[in-house]
Design a protein around this ligand. Sequence first.
Ligand code: SF4
Ligand code: F3S
Ligand code: FES
Length: 240
Amino acid sequence: MQAKLRIRRFNPETDKKPWWGEYTLNDVLRTDTVLDLLHRVKWEQDGTLTLRRSCAHGVCGSDAMRINGANALACKTLVKELGGKGETIKIQVEPILGLPVEKDLIVDMEPFFDHYRSVMPFLISDQPVPADGRERLQSPADRERFDDTTKCILCAACTTSCPSFWADGRYVGPAAIVQAHRFIFDSRDEGFNDRLEVMADTFGVWRCRTIFNCTNACPREIKVTEAIAEVKMAITAGKV
Ligand code: SF4
Ligand code: F3S
Ligand code: FES
């Protein structure tokens, strides 16, 4: 089949504003990924097309982009999932929203990682390291409590699909809250009060208006909105 790609392009060194590049690819398979098609554009038609990717298997989180209007990983999005049963399919690809575009499909992830770092995404505990040098043990039930939020690959698909984040980039965003959740509900962690300052801040969890775009965008199928609700409840209760 044939694919007609419309890709949002921008080179800060030569362009005053973004523009749409249009590319036609033949012999496209329904099982090709959008990343496969972007590679073909770059390797066969225009080597200046700039995008970020690494693993090509939904693990590294580096190729979140807006595909036909919805955030997704290019390497996990198959042509057949984008509809179109005919011989030609139209696919529009843009950078994720809410972060500064550096070039074409690459955005500056630093504001996103600043929010990530702000929730202290590491174990906080005054308990001594076990004398035998082993890891700090916990029951399977305690481990299960935060299992869902350990799956995050920091792709930013959630945060950059959130209208509250678009409205004000100071909102810590769903990805950072997912990371906070992972430690708040870890029975070994004692950092709730440290994280409370960030979570209960004006730009913390209360900026979430339960819009659910984040949950729909998450390629790891994390129940993002549910995790946010649990953090809100933990704050209201004053403890975990
Ligand atoms: Fe990506 Fe999901 Fe993590 Fe958000 S919660 S950064 S969408 S993996
Ligand atoms: Fe945004 Fe998700 Fe809340 S889209 S408003 S963080 S439910
Ligand atoms: Fe690694 Fe897509 S390239 S997640």
